[in-house]
Design a protein around this ligand. Structure first.
Ligand code: NAD
Length: 252
C-alpha cells in the first residue's frame, strides 16, 4: 500500500511540472475555517434535508425551513477567515501556476485569501448577497439577516415583492451559463487538475474533472473521504486540505 509520504512526493512532482493548474473546491476546503460541510456525518443535511428551488418558490414551510437552517450558517460564513488551504491556492496564483479556482462554495473565502476576483468562478453563487427570486435585485446578506433576526419570517423584495433568498444556487436551480462556460473553458486549457474538499456528488461541478481526464491531464484529489473519481486520480489523498495543500505548494 502506498504511504502518505509517497503520495505527497508524487503530488508535489505533478505540481512542480504544471504551469496551468485548475482547482475545483468544495465545502471541505472551508471546514477548517469553521464552516461545516453538508454531507459529512452529523452535518446540517442529516438534520434538515436541503430545500429545492421549486419548494422554496411554492411552499411557505420550505422557506421557513430554509431560513431556520440559514441563520447559523450565515453567521459562521460572516465570521470565517481563509485557512492554510485557501492561502496555498493564492500562492499558486502568485507563482503564475494557476489558471483559476472553480468553487462550489458560496463563502467568499477564496477572494478573502487574496485571489484576483477574475480567477475565482463561484458555480453555486455567493451567500454574501441576498437576491430577489423575481427581479434579481441584490442586497447585502447582512441587511437581510438583520430583518430575519428582528423576527421577519418570509422576507420579500422591497422593489417587487418577490421572495428573497441568499444569492446561492439551490437544488433544481440552474448554474448561470456564463459561469459554467468559463469553468469548462479553463478545464480544457489546464495541465493539472486539483480537486479539494469535494465529494464530487453535485453536478455540474462533478463533471468538470472528467473534461481534463479526457485529455489525459493528471488529477490530484485531496478529500477526507473517498470520492467517485479516486480510481481515476493520479493521487488521491484522504487527509485535511489545510495540512496537505501548503506542502504541495511550498516547494515551488
Ligand atoms: P461536498 O459534497 O463537496 O462534500 C464535502 C467533502 O469535503 C466531503 O467529502 C468531506 O469528506 C470533505 N472534507 C471535509 N472537511 C475536509 C477537510 N478539512 N479537508 C479535506 N476534505 C474535507 O459538499 P457538501 O458539504 O455536501 O455541500 C454541498 C454543497 O453545498 C456544496 O457544493 C456547496 O455548494 C454548498 N456548501 C458550501 C459551503 C461553503 O461555502 N463553505 C459549506 C457547505 C455547503
Amino acid at each position: 500500500m502506498i504511504t502518505l509520504q509517497e503520495q505527497l512526493y508524487d503530488a508535489t512532482e505533478l505540481v512542480q511540472h504544471a504551469r496551468h493548474i485548475v482547482a475545483l473546491t468544495g465545502a471541505g476546503i472551508s471546514t477548517e475555517s469553521g464552516i461545516p460541510d453538508f454531507r459529512s456525518p452529523g452535518s446540517i443535511w442529516q438534520q434538515h434535508p436541503p430545500v429545492s428551488y421549486h419548494d422554496f418558490l411554492h411552499k411557505p414551510e420550505a422557506r421557513q425551513s430554509y431560513w431556520a437552517t440559514r441563520g447559523s450558517l450565515t453567521k459562521r460564513v460572516m465570521e470565517a477567515r481563509p485557512n492554510t488551504a485557501h492561502r496555498a491556492l493564492v500562492q499558486l496564483e502568485r507563482r503564475q501556476r494557476l489558471l483559476g479556482v472553480i468553487t462550489q462554495n458560496f463563502d467568499g473565502l477564496h477572494q478573502d485569501a487574496g485571489h484576483l476576483p477574475e480567477r475565482v468562478i463561484e458555480l453555486h453563487g455567493t451567500s454574501r448577497f441576498a437576491a430577489c427570486t423575481l427581479c434579481g435585485t441584490r442586497s447585502p446578506m447582512s441587511d437581510l439577516q438583520q430583518r430575519i433576526d428582528a423576527g421577519e419570517v418570509d422576507p420579500c423584495c422591497p422593489q417587487c415583492g418577490g421572495f428573497l433568498k441568499a444569492a446561492t444556487i439551490l437544488f433544481g436551480q440552474r448554474v448561470p451559463a456564463r459561469d459554467l462556460t468559463r469553468a469548462k473553458e479553463i478545464c480544457e486549457e489546464c495541465d493539472l487538475f486539483l480537486v479539494i474538499g469535494s465529494s464530487l456528488k453535485v453536478t455540474p461541478a462533478s463533471t468538470l474533472p472528467r473534461l481534463a481526464l479526457k485529455r489525459n491531464v493528471p488529477l490530484i484529489i485531496v478529500n477526507l473521504q473517498p470520492t467517485t473519481l479516486d480510481a481515476h486520480a493520479d493521487v488521491a489523498i484522504h487527509e485535511k486540505a489545510g495540512i496537505i495543500l501548503p506542502q504541495l505548494v511550498n516547494i515551488l
